[in-house]
Structure formats: structure tokens, C-alpha cells
Design a protein around this ligand. Structure first.
Ligand code: NDP
Length: 401
């Protein structure tokens, strides 16, 4: 029996909260704390309507303020803190976990508000202090990063002597019926897709222009989609943790309609993160854009179709070449029926709960700051099957050229 403090009350937090409460044998108490208390209360009400034996409480919290996070941790005394606010809060929450001796889990690496540059260095710097305190920080326990790292550890453990190439493919064939909307936090999403692309090859990162590299891939259960090479945060840790890897690329699907809207918004300056003067006030265009776009949490009831996210590995076993594709297909409407969210939040919220469960139950116990592929993948994989994200495998996948 354990207690979990969940910070944030957006799309992903809502799914993770529902999943914690479907897992009452592990989580018998949940506190949902976020900036807007009414959103925490709405999640609590939605779960209680469905029925759970987990005791849920809510609290108002500004997680930019370490002292406030410390105070709530001291009051609630959780076994694990699950950070599902925004990447900007990672460091203040990690600091609070250190001060109180609590395990930490997140799904996205720290990003300074003013540079749109996400990398692990700021969080990896906490390693020695976490190790000394005897507590674990599990970084990137969503789908990508997250399950993609677990898939990598699983491939290394069970199938390969060496992995040489990894392509991570993230397809969303969901249609929400709006001309333009983002499936998760628009500010984070647009910062990610308008940034330069990059991939890892022969020991270095190679930068590309945004959306410069395009491929078409025939995804199982979804069909042919255009996909584009992006920089993605797990490339940085996987390049360190998969010994002998020669190349890692990350591709995400985008429709022509999405890219055309994005281009126009970019051309008129709406995706900029540089503050501008507007009627005597400083505003950040991208934050204003977020305010006028549909709230990702509202897409759930409208989104039809499926996602397919997975990894294609190429390497060697017993001296022979081997290809291995492991992926999950998730249906937007099924997710909505179950927890009232679309598949993007679902595919992130489920692994976030599982990661927190791994630490709360001490199945994973490795003091320090670690990425998810550094742990035993087997118990995580079992729980993916149990909690709604079953994986599928193929040893004859179409490869990406
Ligand atoms: P949302 O914007 O829907 O939710 C973010 C929540 O955090 C909101 O409830 C927000 O409060 C709250 N919040 C923001 N700032 C603070 C603060 N200072 N103090 C307390 N609460 C705060 O985002 P998502 O749910 O879509 O995403 C959550 C996280 O998951 C993000 O970090 C995102 O990058 C990550 N993610 C990871 C993925 C993966 O596969 N690894 C995929 C998708 C997302 P308020 O309601 O007041 O705005």
C-alpha cells in the first residue's frame, strides 16, 4: 500500500490519476495538486463517479515554488511524487524531493522557459545528491520518452547481442475534426516541432532543418503516413545507454493540413517565444496562441482513429542480422470511453502511473537520477499489458531507409 502525490491536472495527469485509482492495491491514497484547484477537483469527481477504493484528496499548488512543494510533500508524506505539470517545473520539484527524501518521476525533461532547448544535463546534475539521499529519480516515464526506452531495454535484454540502428516511429492517425489543434500542451508541442531536427549517428548529433527529412511508412493497423524526422529527448539518453549503437532517429507523423497551418502561424510570428509589447503589456505570441487553440483536454470526445508508437531495432544475435519491431496501437475512442481522454494523454498517463508504481513498490530501486532504459524492462512490460497498452512484435518489419 502506498501514497502518491501527483502534480498537475492536465490531460496526462487526469489519465494517470484514473490509472492510479484502478490500481488501488498499490496506490491506496492519491493527492492531486496543481495550479488550478478546480481541475484537480474535476478529476477527483470523475474518478469517484466511476468508483475506486483509493482515497483522493486535492490541493492548490504552485510547483514553480520549491517551498510550496516541500510543504505539500511534508503534509501528505507520499512514497513517490509524480510530476505531470510542465517541463519547466522539473527542477523545483526535484529539489523538493531531495529536501524531503522522496522518489521522483516525470515524463518530460527540463526546458528553460526562454530558450526552447530541452536536454537532460540539468536533471542529470542532480544524480550525486539523489544517490547520497538514497532516493530515485526516474526520468521520462511517458510513452516517448518512456515506453520507447523500456522497449529498448527489452530488445537489449531478450533479443540482441548488439543493437546498431534504432528508428522510433510515432504515428497519430486520430482526427479531432478541427482545422488545427495540438494533442497535448500546444506550447510544448509547437516548441518541439518548430525546433531544428537532429539524429544521432556514429557518436555525434547531426542537426537538420525543421521537417527537412520526410519518409512515408506503412504503419500496422493505421496505414501509410507521412512522417518527419524530429529531435526527441530520448535520443540523448538512449545514445548513452545502448552500447554500440550507430544511429538513432525519431520520426513523427504530421498531416499536410497540420503542417500548412503551422507554417502560416510561424510565418506571421505566432509561434515565437520572444515576448512582444501588446497594448502596454508584454505577451509571448506562442502563449497567446495556446490561449486561442482548443484545449487538448477537450479533444477527447471528438477524436477518432488510432495511434501507433514503436521502435524498430536492427542489430545482431549470435552473429546473425536481426530486425525487431515492437509497438503499441491505441484507439482514441476506447481511451475516451475508459477514462475520458484521447490516446495521446492515455499513452503518456499509463506509463507515468506504471513508472511511479515501480518506485513505490521498490520493484525498481536504484538511488540516483536514471533514465527509464536503465531499469529491468520486464515488470514494466507486463504492466503495459495489464493497464491498457499491450505491445505487439514483428521480426519482419518494413525498414525505414
Ligand atoms: P497540460 O498543459 O494539459 O497540463 C499541465 C498541467 O500542469 C496543468 O494542469 C497546469 O495547470 C499544471 N501546471 C503548470 N504549471 C504549473 C505550476 N507552476 N504549478 C502547478 N501546476 C502547474 O499538459 P499535458 O497533460 O498534456 O502534459 C503534461 C506533461 O506531460 C508535460 O510535461 C508534457 O511535456 C508531458 N508529455 C510527455 C509525453 C511523453 O510521451 N513522454 C507525451 C505528452 C506529454 P493549469 O491547469 O492551471 O494550467
Amino acid at each position: 500500500m502506498s501514497k502518491i502525490l501527483l502534480i498537475g491536472a492536465g490531460g496526462v495527469a487526469s489519465v494517470a490519476a484514473h490509472k492510479c485509482c484502478q490500481n488501488s492495491e498499490v496506490f491506496n491514497e492519491l493527492c492531486i495538486a496543481s495550479r488550478t484547484l478546480s481541475k484537480c477537483d474535476a478529476i477527483k469527481a470523475s474518478i469517484e463517479k466511476k468508483g475506486t477504493s483509493t482515497k483522493i484528496t486535492t490541493a492548490q499548488l504552485d510547483a514553480d515554488n520549491t517551498k510550496e512543494v516541500v510543504a505539500i510533500i511534508e503534509k501528505f508524506n507520499p512514497d513517490v511524487v509524480l510530476n505531470l505539470a510542465l517541463p519547466y517545473q522539473d527542477l523545483t520539484i526535484m529539489e523538493a524531493c531531495l529536501k524531503t527524501g522522496k522518489n521522483y518521476v516525470d515524463t518530460a525533461n527540463y526546458e528553460p522557459k526562454d530558450t526552447a532547448k530541452f536536454e537532460y544535463k540539468w536533471q542529470w546534475e542532480f544524480n550525486d545528491r539523489f544517490e547520497k539521499a538514497g532516493i530515485t529519480a526516474l526520468l521520462g516515464s511517458g510513452f516517448d520518452p518512456g515506453v520507447t526506452g523500456v522497449f529498448s531495454a527489452y530488445a537489449m535484454k531478450h533479443y540482441f547481442d548488439e543493437i546498431n540502428y534504432l528508428d522510433i516511429l510515432d504515428a497519430n492517425a486520430g482526427d479531432h475534426g478541427y482545422p488545427f489543434a495540438t494533442n497535448f500542451n500546444p506550447e510544448i508541442n509547437i516548441r518541439e516541432v518548430t525546433a531544428k531536427g537532429s539524429y544521432f549517428e556514429n557518436g555525434k548529433f547531426i542537426e537538420t532543418e525543421p521537417m527537412e527529412i520526410k519518409r512515408v511508412y506503412d504503419f500496422p493497423e493505421i496505414g501509410k503516413k507521412d512522417m518527419y524526422l524530429l529531435h526527441h529527448e530520448e535520443i540523448e539518453s538512449l545514445a548513452k545507454n545502448i552500447k554500440g549503437i550507430k544511429r538513432i532517429r525519431f520520426f513523427m507523423t504530421f498531416s499536410e493540413r497540420y503542417l500548412t497551418h503551422l507554417k502560416v502561424l510561424e510565418n506571421v510570428g505566432m509561434t515565437s517565444i520572444e515576448p512582444i509589447d501588446f497594448e502596454g503589456k508584454k505577451i509571448v505570441p506562442l502563449q497567446f496562441l495556446k490561449a486561442v487553440l482548443p484545449d487538448p483536454a477537450s479533444l477527447g470526445p471528438r477524436t477518432k482513429g488510432k495511434t501507433n508508437i514503436g521502435c524498430i531495432f536492427t542489430g545482431k544475435k549470435d552473429g546473425k542480422n536481426l530486425n525487431y519491431y515492437v509497438y503499441n496501437v491505441c484507439d482514441h475512442q476506447e481511451c475516451y470511453k475508459e477514462v475520458g481522454s484521447q490516446a495521446i494523454s492515455y499513452t503518456t498517463g499509463v506509463p507515468a502511473m506504471i513508472g511511479a508504481m515501480m518506485l513505490a513498490t521498490k520493484i525498481w530501486n536504484k538511488p540516483g537520477v536514471h533514465n527509464i532504459e536503465e531499469f529491468d524492462p520486464d515488470p514494466f512490460m507486463e504492466n503495459l499489458n495489464k493497464f491498457g497498452l499491450p505491445f505487439k512484435e514483428s521480426f519482419k518489419p518494413e525498414l525505414v531507409d
